[in-house]
Design a protein around this ligand. Structure first.
Ligand SMILES: Nc1ncnc2c1ncn2[C@@H]1O[C@H](COP(=O)(O)OP(=O)(O)O)[C@@H](O)[C@H]1O
Ligand SMILES: [Mg+2]
Length: 159
C-alpha cells in the first residue's frame, strides 16, 4: 500500500493526516517537508529531499516537482489532497489536482477543517461542482488533528 498526501498549499493538515494514517496502518512515513515526524514516529518516519519509492509507505509531500516525487505519486494506490474551506486553499487544490490527475487518477479529496454548516456548504458546493468524478471525504475541524503532531497519537489512539 502506497499513499501520497499532497497539496501545494501548506497548513492544510498533510503532515498530521499522513502521520495518523501511517501509524494506524503500521506503514512507513516519508516527507520532504520539515516537521517532527521523526521524533514522534521513530524508526518509521524519515524526512528527506530524495524520498525513496518503497511499499507500505505514506508520503507527505509539500512540493512535488522533482522527478522522484512524481514517480512516487504515479505509483501510489491513493493520492489524498486535503482542502480547507478557504478560496486560497480551493485554488491550490484545483492546481494540484490539475497537475497530478494525468499521472495518477486515483485521487481522493479530503475536505477538512470545516467548523460549521456554512463552511461545509462552501466546500461541498465548490468541490462537488469542480470535481464531479473524484471522491470526497469530509472531516470536521477537530483538536485531534493538531494533537496528533503534538502528542504523537494517531486519530484512533486519541479516540
Ligand atoms: N479536521 C481538522 N481539524 C483541525 N485542523 C485541521 C483539520 N484539517 C486540517 N487541519 C489543519 O492542519 C493544520 C496543521 O497541519 P500542518 O502540519 O500545518 O499542515 P501541512 O503539513 O499541510 O503544512 C492546522 O493548522 C489546521 O489548519
Ligand atoms: Mg507538513
Amino acid at each position: 500500500m502506497i499513499i501520497s498526501i499532497l497539496n501545494k498549499k501548506g497548513g492544510v493538515g498533510k503532515t498530521p493526516f499522513a502521520f495518523s494514517i501511517a501509524k494506524d496502518l503500521s506503514l512507513y512515513l516519508q516527507s520532504n517537508d520539515t516537521s517532527c515526524i521523526e521524533q514522534i514516529y521513530p524508526n518509521y518516519a524519515v524526512i528527506t529531499d530524495t524520498p525513496k519509492l518503497i511499499d507500505n509507505c505514506v508520503y507527505d509531500f509539500g512540493g512535488f516537482k522533482s522527478a522522484g516525487v512524481l514517480k512516487i505519486i504515479s505509483e501510489s494506490d491513493y493520492v489524498i489532497v486535503p482542502c480547507l474551506p478557504e478560496f486560497n486553499s480551493l485554488l491550490r487544490t484545483m492546481e494540484t489536482i490539475d497537475e497530478i490527475k494525468k499521472i495518477n487518477p486515483n485521487i481522493i479529496i479530503l475536505a477538512t477543517d470545516y467548523k460549521d454548516d456554512a463552511e461545509l456548504s462552501f466546500l461541498k458546493e465548490n468541490l462537488e461542482n469542480s470535481f464531479k468524478s473524484i471522491p470526497i471525504i469530509y472531516f470536521k475541524s477537530s483538536k485531534i488533528v493538531k494533537n496528533a503532531i503534538n502528542s504523537g497519537k494517531s486519530f484512533i489512539d486519541a479516540a
